[in-house]
Write a protein that binds this ligand. Structure first.
Ligand code: SF4
Length: 59
C-alpha cells in the first residue's frame, strides 16, 4: 500500500487535526493516497489510531 504525499489532493470527506503528520495540510485535511485505521479491539474513539501517521521530518 502506498501512502505517498500528493499535496495537491486531499482525501474527500476526511478531516484530521493531526497537523504534525506529514500528510496533513495544516488546515485539517489529509493528503495521503489512502489511510489505514487500526485497533480491531477498540471500543472507544481514543483506542483507534491512524497507522498512516508519519511525523513531519521523520519519514
Ligand atoms: S495520514 Fe492519518 S494522521 Fe496523517 S493526516 Fe492523514 S488521517 Fe491524519
Amino acid at each position: 500500500m502506498s501512502n505517498k504525499c500528493n499535496c495537491n489532493q486531499t482525501i474527500p470527506h476526511v478531516g484530521c487535526d493531526v497537523t504534525n503528520c506529514k500528510y496533513n495540510t495544516n488546515d485539517c485535511h489529509c493528503t495521503a493516497e489512502n489511510i489505514s485505521v487500526h485497533n480491531s479491539s477498540a471500543v472507544t474513539k481514543g483506542e483507534t489510531y491512524c497507522s498512516t501517521f508519519c511525523p513531519r521530518g521523520t519519514c
